[in-house]
Design a protein around this ligand. Structure first.
Ligand code: GLU
Length: 544
């Protein structure tokens, strides 16, 4: 046995051979064009819109090619309780129906043949491959103290930078079997570092499926493969997992481009075929001062995917908005296919944006309005209740108790018209939107005397209308009898002769009943509020 083999045996006794592991992960049986993608979140207890964006791209690539979308939890860096963070990730994927076909359940059961789908349960695999690299002289143990969690030599050496041409002075790079044994006998912990074959003069080329060929300086750092607790940082786990689990396209944020040369060297060292990458831009936002900056977990509520649920956006609106960010062609497709599900939309990898998308809530709201407008009144009510049950229990109760009233309001100018109003974009806003249905209106008017006079007469002659026409005919009569012009032409010729026009009279009635100056036809509101409530409101308004 050469020194490398002996050293490897000393460091990792009794560990499964990589050949055995490789047998457990046979290549996937893929038909032409089927892609295997994955979502590989670190469980932080939060899902950033940028992460979901990548998950959604991955999901679509797999879905469009009849391939596989799997979930791998990258929890090796996690110092916190993973369970809750895992739940948040699953909940969000489930709610959006962007769910993987292979994953580990919350109870810890692996669904799929390429598990475990949680990195902390794959440590033996990483150790086995680290051993192999040590055996082959491609990696070495490092006994320096500062290796925990630190990824590069720079930090490792208490900030003394090791130049490419100084690697020979590295105290651990060329340890003999005897020296390694001495360290271990003293009970010292070790990390494993790559022994790079590069000296800083090489360049590397790799291909990004959306950005094309990228050329960069090849890695020349002896970076850490396993920390001294046996856990790998991102790079090593990525190369091993994406190979064993059969990923055909790695979709990840473009912040990983700069470390791709490290990954390429690792794939080579491990004898693996490098994977294909699709690096996508982060999502930006224009802040209050007009400055463009990355959407931030700390500053922007909309960075957290849970925001969209607590605001009550229909889930399709978020998915469609993200499709818009992924590829601007979606908007044209949507215009041409207003009633098809977004799932019918297909885009190629080449169509994915290379330009950093800017988050725009106005645009999102527009998309949501177009979706809400297609929902029937009854369904709108059901969705509202469903949302309220989760986010506003009191409201949910009120809605259920007064179902008839609220269903009528939801149906208003929606179910019986070819041109429904397009101003609702989420369920949270409905309470304010229908505020007059929850509380008695606050009546504020300028021409108080004329108002009181008219409302008193309206109240005294009020009859519950059976149709919009009946309601309008009636208010017209009362307005006419009270000195309002019912013919607008006449009114315009001589406005002084009247207290106002018919529109003014209707506005008064609306203020009395809702406290608002404009809104949907009053007939529907009267019908929803019911006769006694209408009479009561007219009564109080006549006494202001
Ligand atoms: N766990 C990494 C992250 O959350 C995954 C990156 C990747 O998709 O490869 O950034």
């Amino acid at each position: 046995m050469n020194d490398y083999k002996l050293i490897a045996e000393l460091l990792f006794p009794n560990i499964e051979k990589t050949d055995e592991i490789l047998k457990r992960y046979p290549s996937r049986d893929l038909n032409n064009g089927e892609q295997v993608t994955r979502f590989a979140p670190s469980p932080t207890g939060f899902m950033h819109i940028g992460n979901f964006f990548q998950a959604f791209i991955s999901y679509n690539i797999a879905r469009q090619s009849d391939g596989v979308f799997y979930l791998r939890l990258e929890d090796t860096d996690s110092k916190r309780e993973v369970k809750e963070a895992k739940e948040i990730i699953y909940q969000i994927l489930e709610k959006f129906n962007v769910f993987p076909t292979e994953y580990q359940t919350l109870e810890g059961k692996d669904i799929g043949k390429y598990g475990p789908y949680v990195q902390s349960q794959r440590v033996n695999i990483y150790n086995a491959f680290a051993k192999k690299l040590v055996e082959e002289g491609k990696a070495f143990p490092c006994f320096c103290k500062k290796t925990e969690g630190k990824e590069d030599v720079l930090k490792l050496r208490e900030n003394k930078f090791i130049e490419d041409n100084e690697k020979e002075y590295d105290p651990c790079r060329n340890l003999s079997y005897q020296e390694v044994k001495e360290h271990l006998d003293k009970g010292e912990k070790f990390a494993i570092r790559l022994k790079t074959k590069n000296d800083g003069s090489q360049r590397v080329k790799f291909y990004d499926l959306i950005k094309g060929e990228i050329e960069a300086k090849a890695n020349s750092k002896d970076f850490i493969l396993l920390k001294n607790d046996g856990i790998p940082p991102y790079a090593f786990a990525h190369a091993i997992d994406d190979t064993l689990m059969g990923t055909t396209i790695v979709v990840r944020g473009e912040e990983y481009i700069s470390s791709t040369p490290m990954h390429i060297e690792l794939f080579e060292a491990l004898g693996f075929k490098p994977t294909s990458y699709c690096h996508n831009p982060l999502i930006w936002k224009i802040d209050e001062n007009g400055k463009k900056r990355k959407i931030s977990k700390r500053k922007d509520p909309e960075a957290d995917m849970r925001f969209y649920f607590s605001e009550g956006y229909p889930k399709e609106s978020i998915l469609e908005y993200l499709l818009n960010l992924i590829n601007s062609g979606f908007e044209i497709w949507r215009k041409n296919n207003p009633t098809l599900s977004w799932e019918e939309y297909k885009f190629g990898i080449k169509d994915i944006t290379t330009v950093a998308p800017v988050f725009d809530i106005v645009k999102l709201n527009d998309i949501a309005k177009n979706i809400v407008v297609q929902i029937s009144g009854e369904k709108l009510f059901d969705n509202w209740v469903k949302w309220a049950k989760e986010y506003d229990g009191e409201l949910a109760e009120e809605l259920v108790i007064n179902k008839e009233k609220f269903v009528k309001l939801c149906k208003m100018e929606r179910d019986d018209t070819a041109k429904p109003r397009k101003d609702i974009y989420n369920y949270k806003m409905l309470k304010e939107y229908f505020s007059y249905a929850f509380k008695k209106p606050k009546v504020v008017v300028e021409e108080k005397d004329i108002f009181k006079d008219f409302i008193t007469n309206y109240k005294n002659s009020f009859i519950m209308p059976n149709s919009n026409q009946e309601w309008f005919d009636h208010i017209k009569d009362i307005a006419g009898q009270n000195g309002f012009a019912i013919d607008n032409k006449l009114y315009k010729q001589n406005p002084e002769a009247y207290k106002g026009n018919i529109a003014k009279a209707c506005e008064f009635a609306r203020i009395a009943l809702t406290g608002q100056k404009s809104g949907p036809s009053l007939y529907y509101i009267i019908d929803a509020l019911g006769e006694s409530e209408v009479r009561e409101r007219l009564e109080s308004a006549s006494k202001i």
